[in-house]
Design a protein around this ligand. Structure first.
Ligand SMILES: Cc1cc2nc3c(=O)[nH]c(=O)nc-3n(C[C@H](O)[C@H](O)[C@H](O)COP(=O)(O)OP(=O)(O)OC[C@H]3O[C@@H](n4cnc5c(N)ncnc54)[C@H](O)[C@@H]3O)c2cc1C
Length: 478
């Protein structure tokens, strides 16, 4: 390894790869370090949905759109809670990033773009993704990265973990790295870009930054917040951890492992109208299960004790309802009851409640009231999907949790993507892109579809193209 680089990028994932590509294209001598033994980061997990207004795709399909409209949707959906400057940058440059991916061969699903899919809908068809989700994005970026590696502008070092930032007189001058064999080394760079992802795989850091919500996550195991920890130790501000919103329908595969959540059940009425009821630990319904707003349903779950709920149904529903399990077929699902730690079955509601850990009297009362509503075709919470009552044993309950695929808190940066300290002053030579900034920064306490992957790429692209400065190109970049 050279010991002085123009740019050191920490993390070869969604945001780090484009940073390295574009800095390399501009002639920088880049070191890209990656803790894992492969590049791609969370793209190997992500659905890869990306939102951009004014794309070539939209124009080809005759869809009129404008970044101002995207901005309006972001404000409406987030209730005005997004970082105004950074979100605006992400939005204004989104189409160029998306077009760059498409021009380089992104293989989109045939029905893209869509207005709404899993999150609150936008006013026009604006978000899109590749046939292989996040992997499709990696398939586009990897050859471009390889090209820079081939040119000698980017040096990729896999299985190399940043353990701390090196500073001199308050400025970041490099990183300490640890190779797989445990050996440590110091590498120096004129710019250091943290692209290390979130912290949803780090229970201790989650407890510290997001203490009001239990961690249950499905994410890249390398999302350990190491960029946040390193930046904080050189004075960076970390905020936003309390602005969490869960996804619904997670199932813990191991109740003792917070990282074992898997998005198992299709509970979104956009894809499948509910036949079941959702109850909390008191056995009470707390949301209209077919409420059309995802945001409404996610926030309703967020308020429940331990951010968990039970999906309750009977044998009649099990046999007649469309399958609501995304991975497990109806007959296979039956084998899980009383064998899997989150699946319960019993001949009576009393026994079911006991096994599932739900208040029995509450559950019986709730089911009785629900059945009356089905009979009268008038549900007390306003639910419209009332196909049949819950009255034929055996009875079933599946415990589901609100879970995280992203972490809410992170580093603050300015419009040049420079990491800010606790007094809002840039820490010299330190930059960041991606989930290390915290999901809440560009989404608030809600889900804005496609506002993580594409902004990570956009900020990385802009860092490489214009924001990072080194040696002779300083003047050209300004
Ligand atoms: C299941 C799932 C679905 C999602 N769906 C969407 C979606 O549809 N749309 C959307 O916008 N967002 C989605 N997201 C979120 C989005 O994918 C991520 O926020 C984004 O990919 C993160 O990019 P990143 O560059 O910040 O981090 P990553 O892509 O995770 O890259 C970080 C890299 O840094 C490496 N690293 C970490 N620590 C160190 C260290 N100390 N030293 C060296 N390397 C290190 C990691 O190994 C990793 O390769 C989803 C996330 C998940 C888990």
């Amino acid at each position: 390894m050279d010991d002085m680089f123009d740019v050191i990028v920490v993390g070869a994932g969604t945001g780090g790869i484009p940073t390295a590509i574009f800095a390399g294209q501009r002639g920088a001598n880049v070191l890209l370090i990656e803790a894992d033994d492969r590049v791609g980061g969370t793209l190997h997990w992500s659905s890869g949905q990306m939102t951009a207004a004014g794309t070539k795709l939209q124009k080809r399909l005759g869809i009129e759109d404008h970044p101002d409209w995207h901005w309006d949707d972001c404000l409406r959906i987030s209730k005005g809670e997004v970082h105004p400057v950074l979100t605006r940058i992400a939005i204004d440059h989104a189409a160029d990033s998306f077009d760059w991916l498409c021009d380089n061969g992104l293989d989109l699903v045939p029905f893209a773009p869509v207005a709404g899919w899993g999150h609150e809908p936008h006013r026009v068809r604006r978000y899109a993704w590749g046939v292989n989700g996040g992997t499709s994005v990696l398939e586009v970026m990897q050859p471009l990265l390889d090209e820079q590696i081939g040119r000698g502008t980017v040096t990729l070092s896999l299985q190399t973990k940043m353990t701390k930032l090196l500073t001199e007189n308050g400025a970041v001058v490099g990183v300490e790295v640890q190779a797989r064999d445990g050996g440590k080394a110091e590498v120096f760079g004129k710019n250091v870009v943290l692209a290390t992802g979130g912290y949803a795989a780090n229970p201790a850091l989650w407890k510290e930054l997001t203490p009001n919500y239990p961690l249950r996550s499905y994410c890249n195991p390398y999302s350990r917040g190491e960029g946040i920890i390193a930046a904080r130790s050189v004075g960076a501000r970390v905020d936003g951890g309390d602005r969490f919103l869960c996804s619904t329908g997670g199932i813990l595969q191991n109740p003792n492992d917070p990282l074992s959540a898997r998005g198992g059940l299709i509970l979104n009425p956009h894809f499948r109208q509910p036949w079941e009821i959702f109850v909390n630990h008191k056995g009470e319904r707390f949301m209209r299960e077919d409420h059309p707003s995802v945001d409404n349903r996610e926030h309703a779950l967020l308020k429940q004790k331990n951010v968990e709920m039970w999906v309750v149904f009977d044998e009649g529903i099990r046999q007649n309802a469309p399958n609501f399990h995304s991975e497990i077929e109806r007959e296979h699902m039956k084998t899980l009851f009383n064998n899997h730690p989150s699946y319960f079955a019993a001949d009576t509601l009393d026994e079911l409640a006991k096994r599932a850990g739900v208040d029995a009297a509450g559950l019986k009362k709730t089911v009785e009231e629900f059945n009356q509503g089905v009979e009268a075709k008038k549900d007390k919470l306003g639910r419209e999907s009332l196909p049949r009552p819950i009255n034929r044993g055996p009875y079933y309950a599946i415990k589901t949790v609100g879970y995280a695929v992203l972490s809410p808190g992170g580093l603050d940066i300015d419009a040049d993507f420079r990491v800010l300290d606790t007094k809002s002053k840039p820490i010299p030579n330190l930059y960041a892109t991606g989930e290390v900034l915290g999901k809440a920064r560009l989404s608030g306490a809600t889900y804005l579809s496609g506002m993580s992957v594409l902004p990570a790429i956009t900020f990385g692209r802009l860092l490489g193209q214009t924001r990072l400065k080194w040696g002779d190109n300083r003047a050209a970049a300004e």
